[in-house]
Design a protein around this ligand. Structure first.
Ligand SMILES: O=c1[nH]cnc2c1ncn2[C@@H]1O[C@H](CO)[C@@H](O)[C@H]1O
Length: 582
């Protein structure tokens, strides 16, 4: 007998002599039984409990396979001892649940990615229109768009100007055709605010047109390096984030590009397994119709186009199976009373003209720097009164609690959102700190639109592992997963696969059941049609058993989910013997 075995045997004898019980002894077994029962009891409080308890055999099998794949990839793809290429190449450690921007490339190569990509994700309930779409495609289309021009408030010379200048795109009818004597926007002789043909600005950029495209993308996205600098705080990253919107809007709010953009967003959503979207957009930046230098005077043209493009997509071959899209009208929360009330008036007017398109109202922008809901009470009460007078009902879908604040006026936005009757809460990041509100949110059936990657990139949390959503799920709060600003924050495009993937890989007790329950919630809480507060509550309660469009779509989602589970079992079952899993 070698010495190690000898020592182990001696240790065993010694342990027995000392009277330390073995795990198998009745006393410890009894403890373990009680422990298991306690864990089970807690699980019954989870918001996905009902979904878990009614899982079909096919879904249960798919879930077991997915758990096996997840575990296998934790041991291989996400294990630095097993595969330390990344650690070697980039000098960083790898582990399951690592920060999004560091994990992204590897995540997209995983088997779990292929699976989640195809998952029916229901509805996307929280996203901002100007921060979606394929940036490469959009800028290339812009370069082909006749009359599109480009300007800057300073010459684009040096890093500081390149990164911070207020640059804009705009259609211009009478801009001089390019000639060699015109000073380049990339030289000191450029006169600020002069419009140049976009193609000229692009071709004169260092690196030519491709160089320009890369520069543009850097101006409207948060880079991985930037998002990782958590020590610089929230306002610092929001300054960069906020600067992306006017640039993007100036590009997108021109009819020919707007049409391409809307089609592109819808197509990317559908391809990602998303069937419906409630989109937030603000109406601050001007919109121009084809061939017009002057902006539209109101929002009728822009909303008409939006409705038209949604309808066209729904009727197209590509859009087969897509349910549609509606708009949550969003005002900028830092604006003064006059600007907000003007915007509210526009919202009401447009609701009358486009009743099927507009489904709600919200206030957007960094919560810390904008006005708290309590400060906006006069405007909000005015809005409700005016809506009543005008015979329209525009429910609230407020952002609230997208903050690290505890007990300050920003954190307290959650109280007002609940008291003002919001149907869902955008983010609700700080909600877990409010036990009373947690109970009220459950009681009132308010869904939390959670955006884990956005929260990480905008520095509320350093990663999926420290995100508060699991705390809400455990407390029985209804939630859905959303992507917020996917083209700007790093996910790229419009889809939700990254957010779904991170939740699945990051949280041990979510599993396919939990993930699917989040998707099902998104269908249950989507704004398919106008409903009074009573009807809304009634439909939420009835879910898939109701009679309306919501019930029908919940059933459709369930059927699509079952089919997808069948695909998972068929495609990945043979490689993963789940018979050994408990
Ligand atoms: O996560 C978010 N929280 C609050 N506001 C946001 C978020 N993402 C984008 N916007 C805001 O939406 C407007 C465009 O409609 C922009 O002003 C942007 O600041």
């Amino acid at each position: 007998m070698n010495s190690a075995e000898d020592r182990a045997r001696k240790d065993e004898e010694w342990i027995e002599e000392e009277g330390v019980p073995s795990l198998g002894e009745p006393l410890i077994q009894k403890y373990l039984d009680g422990r298991d029962a306690l864990i089970e009891q807690e699980k019954r409080q989870r918001s996905d409990h009902a979904f878990r308890s009614t899982l079909s055999p096919m879904a249960a099998e798919a879930s077991a396979i997915i758990s096996a794949i997840r575990f296998e990839e934790q041991q291989t793809l996400w294990n630095r001892e097993y595969e330390d290429n990344l650690a070697k190449d980039e000098g960083i450690d790898i582990y399951p649940g690592m920060m999004f921007s560091l994990a992204k490339g590897r995540m997209e190569r995983s088997k779990l990615w292929q699976i989640v990509r195809k998952m029916p994700k229901g509805a996307l309930l929280h996203c901002h229109l100007g921060a979606m779409g394929d940036l490469d495609l959009l800028i290339r289309e812009a370069l082909k768009t006749e009359g599109l021009c480009f300007s800057s408030d300073v010459a684009l010379v040096g890093d500081e100007a390149g990164e911070k200048a207020n640059v804009r795109f705009q259609y211009q009818l009478d801009v001089k055709p390019p000639d060699d004597t015109q000073p380049s926007i990339w030289s000191d002789s450029y006169t600020p605010h002069t419009w140049l043909p976009l193609t000229t600005a692009a071709s004169t950029c260092g690196g030519g047109e491709e160089g320009f495209i890369n520069w543009f993308k850097a101006r409207v996205t948060i880079s991985p390096e930037h998002s990782l600098q958590h020590h610089l705080g929230i306002s610092e990253i929001w300054r960069k984030f906020t600067s992306c919107f006017p640039i993007m809007d100036s590009l997108l709010r021109y009819e020919p590009l707007y049409r391409i953009f809307i089609r592109n967003v819808l197509s990317q959503l559908h391809e990602d397994g998303i069937r419906w979207v409630d989109i937030r957009t603000d109406f601050t930046n001007p919109f121009r119709s084809t061939g017009c230098t002057e902006p539209d005077e109101d929002h009728e043209g822009m909303l008409g186009l939006l409705e038209d493009e949604i309808e066209k997509f729904n009727d197209s071959e590509e859009g087969k199976g897509f349910w549609g899209a509606r708009i949550i009208w969003s005002s900028i929360r830092r604006f003064d009373t006059r600007a907000i009330v003007e915007d509210m008036k526009n919202c009401i007017r447009m609701k009358q003209l486009f009743p099927e398109l507009i489904c709600g109202y919200d206030l957007v922008g960094q919560e810390e720097l904008g006005r708290p809901l309590a400060d906006l009470l006069p405007e909000l009460f005015w809005f409700k009164k005016r809506c009543m007078e005008e015979g329209v009902d525009i429910p609230f879908f407020f952002h609230a609690g997208e903050t690290l604040g505890t007990g300050d006026e920003v954190d307290e936005n959650l109280f007002d959102a609940v008291l003002l009757g919001t149907r869902r809460i955008g983010h609700g990041f700080s909600l877990y700190k409010h036990p009373l509100l947690v109970d009220m949110v459950k009681e009132k059936k308010i869904l939390i639109e959670s955006c884990p990657i956005s929260n990480e990139v905008l520095r509320l949390t350093s990663g999926i592992l420290s995100h508060p959503l699991p705390a809400l799920l455990a407390r029985g709060v209804p939630c859905s997963l959303c992507n917020d600003d996917p083209a700007m924050l790093g996910q790229g495009g419009s889809g939700m696969t990254h957010d779904f993937w991170q939740a699945l890989q990051g949280w041990e007790n979510l599993g396919l059941e939990g993930l699917a329950s989040l998707a099902e919630n998104s269908v249950r809480w989507a704004s398919f049609e106008d409903l009074s507060a009573r009807e809304w509550q009634g439909e939420l309660k009835e879910g898939a058993y109701g009679k309306g469009i919501r019930a029908k779509r919940m059933q459709e989602w369930a059927a699509e989910f079952e089919k997808w589970c069948g695909w998972v079992v068929e495609t990945f079952g043979p490689e993963h013997d789940v018979g050994t899993l408990d």
